[in-house]
Design a protein around this ligand. Structure first.
Ligand SMILES: N[C@@H](CCC(=O)N[C@@H](CS)C(=O)NCC(=O)O)C(=O)O
Length: 224
């Protein structure tokens, strides 16, 4: 492992299952690769339309591929997930405002991580709603926030500054020419290198001068 700290920004949305995979891998590799991980909650729909892309659901072949690919990748990554009964990219707006409010409230990175994970679990594991205040409250409580904190964050999440913040982080991603999530911006020797997808870690490792031993570094799939 090289000693230098590596700056990594993860742009994500909890509606995106591939973002969940990338998120878990970056959390697992944080101490292995000496990563300074910055979570950048953003809005997938904003990035898809802002970049002139189309949602995956717009192409039936792509959608069918994603369904079968996610079965394989979730097993390989050790992140169990199941296809929700309904998926609309727009469904994550309230959830991502909620997560943004946590980031802006100056809550520690652990809280942001735990709340994001709880929301992914709801949507992609237990197939629960993530649009309603009661759902966000439940995710916040499960992540260890107190009832008062959740109440405060819910109110904050509806405020104009938080709506603007989510928009500006989404615009920041678009400035890097992002067109989908997960979108990972790495600082490699002072230069930004960008990666789309949860399947680019081998390439990232190469540029970082680190070893990639598969998505579960404690259970390596590759012996170096
Ligand atoms: N190959 C990528 C696929 C990632 C992906 O499909 N992300 C979706 C959101 S969950 C997306 O933004 N798609 C836009 C696109 O494929 O153009 C991976 O394995 O992570």
């Amino acid at each position: 492992m090289s000693n230098s700290r590596k700056g990594v920004k993860l742009f994500y949305d909890v509606i995106s299952p591939y973002s969940w995979l990338a998120f878990e891998v970056l959390c697992r590799y944080r101490n292995v690769w000496n990563i300074d991980l910055t979570l950048k909650p953003a809005y997938l729909t904003g990035v898809i339309y802002g970049s002139g892309n189309q949602p995956a659901g717009a192409n039936p072949s792509k959608l069918m591929y994603m369904v079968s690919d996610l079965k394989l990748t979730s097993e390989y990554f050790g992140v169990p997930m199941f296809r929700p009964s309904s998926i609309s990219e727009k469904d994550s707006l309230n959830a991502m405002r909620f997560v943004t409010a946590i980031a802006e409230k100056g809550k520690d990175g652990d809280t942001l991580e735990r709340v994001s994970r709880e929301l992914w679990k709801r949507k992609w594991r237990t197939q629960q709603d993530i649009t309603q205040p009661a759902s966000l409250t439940d995710a916040g409580l499960k992540a260890g926030l107190s009832a008062n904190e959740v109440e405060e964050i819910l109110t904050l999440s509806k405020s104009q500054p938080i709506k603007d913040k989510l928009k500006s982080v989404t615009e920041e991603a678009l400035e890097y020419r992002c067109f989908g999530f997960p979108f990972i911006v790495c600082n490699v020797n002072g230069k930004a290198k960008v990666f789309f997808g949860s399947d680019r870690f081998e390439l990232m490792a190469y540029f970082f001068g680190e070893k990639w031993v598969g998505p579960q570094p404690d259970k390596p799939t590759v012996q170096m």
